[in-house]
Design a protein around this ligand. Structure first.
Ligand SMILES: Nc1ncnc2c1ncn2[C@@H]1O[C@H](COP(=O)(O)OP(=O)(O)OP(=O)(O)O)[C@@H](O)[C@H]1O
Length: 285
């Protein structure tokens, strides 16, 4: 499916959550939607899911506006950080409701995942721990088989092992199904290797949209003595430098194969560090 975001603005009174943002997402990819607190990520996901209206501009899904459009809302499954389900329902009721709503619902997958996450189908939502409720969100999101599935920080309260399971499930999903998944997360280091494309939003504006592979190949971190690194980065496009006890690391754009020949250590830059740099507006050396 194709999502076209055109000059999208959302204002809450004087608060501008999204400011004239435009971009396109297309095909079955795992998108990472990143940004600091309050950047506008959730607002974008709410408009995409047809939950709220834009103030100006629009989002088109395969050419149509999602608000009040049942065909499209059946194609988009948004799982939020919490409060996805009514507290008085039982897990089995939640599964039934979602199975009616999503035409591609996969009951077998839902049942398998209920076992995987050790949930009791007869338990009420209000009796679940935070982690259990998050697990149910993940189960519903995956079993919905919605062509566009959006996870907004879906794992509050989930421990590291349960999160790892979620990442494995996401990857399995990609091997077997054609669907676009948008994952918004602050745990970037845990998932960045899975992203195929990364979007970074800062204060309501898009500051970067790039293929993750390109990011990995077009930037690098070079480490060595302060003198060596300073000499090496002369004339290069530097993102950031860090120095500790005479050892310097420079994040630069471009290929640094020649740095290895000079005895410098060359590594890739964690996407999390790029995000912090881009959203803090730090200057390079
Ligand atoms: N219902 C609302 N009423 C007023 N302001 C709102 C509302 N929802 C969001 N905002 C504001 O819009 C801006 C963007 O919020 P949003 O929740 O989209 O950010 P976010 O990137 O999802 O943040 P986080 O990573 O903390 O979840 C913030 O300044 C927020 O205070």
């Amino acid at each position: 499916m194709k999502i076209e975001v055109k000059n999208l603005t959302k204002r809450y009174k004087e608060n501008v959550a999204l400011n004239n943002v435009s971009f396109t997402l297309e095909g079955s990819k795992l998108y990472g939607l990143l940004g600091r607190n309050g950047a506008g990520k959730t607002t974008f996901m709410d408009i995409l899911s047809g939950n709220i209206l834009a103030t100006e501009g629009e989002i088109l899904i395969d050419g149509e506006v999602p608000f009040d459009n049942q065909k499209l809302t059946e194609s988009v499954c948004l799982i939020k950080e919490g409060d996805n389900f009514k507290k008085d329902l039982k897990i089995k009721d939640v599964l039934k409701i979602y199975s009616y709503f999503y035409p591609n619902w996969d009951q077998q997958l839902a049942d398998e995942l209920i076992d995987t996450y050790n949930l009791n189908k007869n338990a009420k939502i209000k009796a679940l721990s935070k982690g259990m409720e998050s697990a149910l969100g993940i189960i519903v999101g995956l079993a919905s088989k919605a062509p566009i599935t959006v996870f907004d920080e879906p794992y509050i309260g989930l421990d590291a092992a349960a999160r790892k399971k979620f990442y494995e499930l996401l990857l399995e999903e990609f091997e077997t199904d054609n669907r676009m998944i948008i994952l918004s997360t602050h745990l970037i280091d845990e998932v960045s290797l899975m992203f195929e494309e990364v979007l970074i939003i800062q204060k309501g504006s898009l500051v970067m949209q790039e293929e993750a592979e390109y990011l990995r190949n077009s930037t690098c971190a070079v480490t060595g003595t302060k003198e060596e690194v300073k000499a090496f980065i002369q004339g290069k496009e530097v993102i950031e430098t860090k120095e500790l006890a005479g050892v310097m690391t420079a994040y630069i754009y471009g290929n640094a194969d020649d740095a290895k020949a000079q005895g410098l250590r060359v590594e890739s830059i964690p996407i999390q560090d790029l995000m912090i740099y881009l959203t803090e507006g730090k200057k390079g050396a």
